[in-house]
Design a protein around this ligand. Structure first.
Ligand code: PMP
Length: 356
């Protein structure tokens, strides 16, 4: 049998494993921060109709510029953004990959504040961009002074900020983003995949866009919209940034089916986003109950909670799995991450945690 080692693979990919959480068939799956609620029937019908209307034209390539979808996304974001400020791709992972293709690459570096979204360094690896693992405070917080000092030291071409931060859950104050923008010599990407779950009073970095052409805010329909299977991520930035990613995007990267489905989902956003408040309630309940049992728990503006376990997190992860609850071991010693879903899922998770 041919193994990877027998192939002329790039040296920097040797010995690596692909990204991904275990895909296990268990009753309660709280490991990938999906929206636990299925798409409502009325929205299913609307998406089916929109996709159906495209089928006869599948002999033709889709709109390469996805103009109608980008207009809808701009309208959803508000902040006086237009089609020219927005770009879309197959998930925000692809958007971020395109950003690194355009602004990173061989001889350049990207920096992120660990622990943060583990795909950022992998996207850097895949695009030949050097990765600088900067750090966060002991409480997982990131102050402007700390962030600025590390950016000044490394002078990366791309800075990744994640707000709310995965896996810790807490949103960043836009003042920290502004301070990083002032210190960074290159692009600053704020990954706001979980923005819709933020607690009241938490501002998005979108508010900074008009004055900052090197700022990019990435968003996704995978979380709050419950559209993870649809694969639709997007960015908002200065129109020049959108011109830049068009230099590296594959032609026709967004299928006409994806564009139609995403537009139908956006048109029914009230129904889809209707689950956000219920999920936030479960998130706050998980934080409250775990703290009541004496655990350390990170504040969360997202649809997940990072909590401390006694001793080895791998052992707790396995015990929870034996009890039918799948959570995420993000590789942080002593901590696990659980997604907030339905009330029944929270019941099952808390019950499984009780005796530990
Ligand atoms: N950013 C963050 C912080 C995430 O947690 C995720 C999903 N795990 C993504 C981006 C990617 O989401 P998608 O590609 O589905 O848009």
């Amino acid at each position: 049998m041919t193994g990877l080692d027998d192939l002329p693979l790039r040296d920097d990919l040797r010995g690596r494993s692909p990204y991904g959480a275990p895909q296990l068939d268990v009753p309660v799956r709280l490991n990938t921060n999906e929206n636990s609620y299925p798409v409502p029937e009325s929205v299913v019908a609307a998406i089916a109709k929109a996709v159906g209307a495209e089928l006869r034209d599948l002999n033709r390539y889709p709109d390469r510029d996805a103009l109608a979808l980008r207009a809808d996304l701009a309208e959803y974001l508000g902040h006086e953004l237009t089609t020219a400020h927005v770009w879309a791709a197959n998930g925000s992972n692809e958007v971020q990959q395109q950003l690194l293709q355009a602004f990173g690459g061989p001889g350049r570096t990207a920096l992120g504040f660990t622990p943060a979204y583990s795909m950022h360094p992998l996207l850097a690896l895949g695009t030949g961009t050097g990765w600088v693992p900067a750090t966060r405070g002991a409480d997982f917080g990131l102050t402007a002074a700390d962030a600025v000092a590390q950016v000044r030291e490394h002078r990366p071409d791309v800075v990744f900020l994640c707000s709310p931060n995965n896996p810790t859950g807490t949103a960043l104050d836009p003042d920290v983003v502004a301070a990083v923008l002032a210190a960074a010599p290159g692009m600053v990407v704020v990954d706001e995949a979980y923005a819709e779950f933020a607690r009241p009073g938490t501002a998005s970095a979108l508010t900074l866009l008009p004055r900052h052409p090197r700022l990019v805010v990435t968003r996704t329909m995978s979380k709050a919209f419950g559209f993870a299977g649809g694969r639709l991520g997007y960015l908002a930035a200065d129109p020049a940034v959108v011109d830049a990613v068009q230099l590296v995007r594959l032609p026709y990267h967004l299928s006409s089916l994806t564009q139609a489905a995403a537009r139908a989902a956006l048109a029914h956003r009230d129904a889809l986003l209707g689950t956000v408040e219920a999920i936030k309630e479960q998130r706050d309940r998980i934080v409250r109950e775990l703290r009541r049992s004496g655990r350390r728990v990170a504040d969360s503006d997202a649809n997940f909670v990072l909590f401390e376990v006694a001793g080895d997190q791998q052992a707790t992860w396995r015990t929870l799995l034996e009890r039918g609850v799948l959570v995420r071991d993000v590789g942080l010693p002593g901590w696990l991450r659980v997604t907030a879903g339905t009330a029944a899922e929270t019941d099952a998770f808390l019950a499984a945690m009780e005796s530990m």
